[in-house]
Design a protein around this ligand. Structure first.
Ligand code: SF4
Ligand code: SF4
Length: 247
């Protein structure tokens, strides 16, 4: 015990200060921000020809499809979008023209703003999203300081957090888990696999969009999203999300 106290005094506080302060460089990987056309929409056609998943069209970038592969960078794109890129609507992930004018709906669990319990379901991930979500429970991110707890039972949960592109075999367990959550409840789709199928969109036996199986309240783009992105999405559920910076 004295050794631990000595180490604590030497190192000081190492826990993330997010969301009270912006995410640090160390908390956001190089691909942690969504790609944007640095010279505006004129570059979109060039990027569209480079994007392997159809995330770029002639008029817009769909963050809900982007797998952060960086192939569009030679076409004039940079990873410069906001860290806080989770949205309450699927259309909110489509940036550019036409602009998503609709205001975001009110937070689904605003009444539970001080504390939520989260049940994680891996519906068919590559495991990367899974690991990033679970990192929230480590001492650095320490999601409990913000009242975000993980539970192993959907009956004790307020939030169903889903990663991965849902496989046919996971459809029924997903629906059962959703039904088991007591009301009020919310669903958070983490990673582009859960949002749009990501790199696996159109694969037989997979369901490209979680929101076609259960209602989704918050979409967290990325492949994988970093823990701060997931935290941003979870805080958005209760109306405590940080205002987007660097948009
Ligand atoms: S990073 Fe890759 S997936 Fe994302 S928009 Fe660029 S080319 Fe498409
Ligand atoms: S979104 Fe990317 S990191 Fe997450 S499960 Fe799919 S492929 Fe893996």
């Amino acid at each position: 015990m004295p050794t631990w106290i000595g180490q604590a005094v030497r190192h000081g506080i190492v826990t993330s200060r997010y969301p009270a302060e912006p995410a640090s460089e160390a908390e956001v990987p190089p691909t942690g921000r969504p790609p944007v056309a640095v010279k505006g929409s004129k570059l979109l056609p060039a990027g569209a020809s480079l994007c392997p998943v159809g995330a770029i069209s002639d008029r817009a970038v769909d963050r809900g499809r982007c797998i952060r592969c960086a192939r569009c960078l030679p076409g004039g794109f940079e990873f410069r979008g906001p860290v806080e890129s989770a949205t309450r609507t699927r259309t909110g992930l489509v940036t550019g023209e036409p602009s998503p004018a609709a205001p975001e709906p009110t937070p689904p669990l605003a009444a539970l703003s001080r504390s939520v319990h989260v049940f994680l379901v891996d519906a068919g991930s590559c495991n990367a999203c899974n690991l990033e979500v679970l990192a929230l429970a480590n001492p650095f991110y320490d999601s409990q300081r913000l009242g975000v707890f993980f539970t192993n039972s959907p009956r004790h949960a307020d939030v169903l957090l889903v990663v991965g592109v849902p496989t046919e075999e996971m459809v029924e367990p997903l629906r059962r888990a959703y039904d088991a959550l007591p009301a009020p409840k919310a669903v958070v789709a983490v990673g582009v696999c859960a949002i749009s199928g990501g790199a696996f969109a159109g694969t037989p036996g997979l369901h490209d969009a979680l929101d076609q199986l259960v209602p989704v309240d918050v979409y967290v783009p990325g492949c994988p999203p970093a823990p701060v992105h997931v935290l941003d999405g979870l805080l958005r559920v209760v109306g405590r999300g940080r205002k987007a910076e660097g948009a």
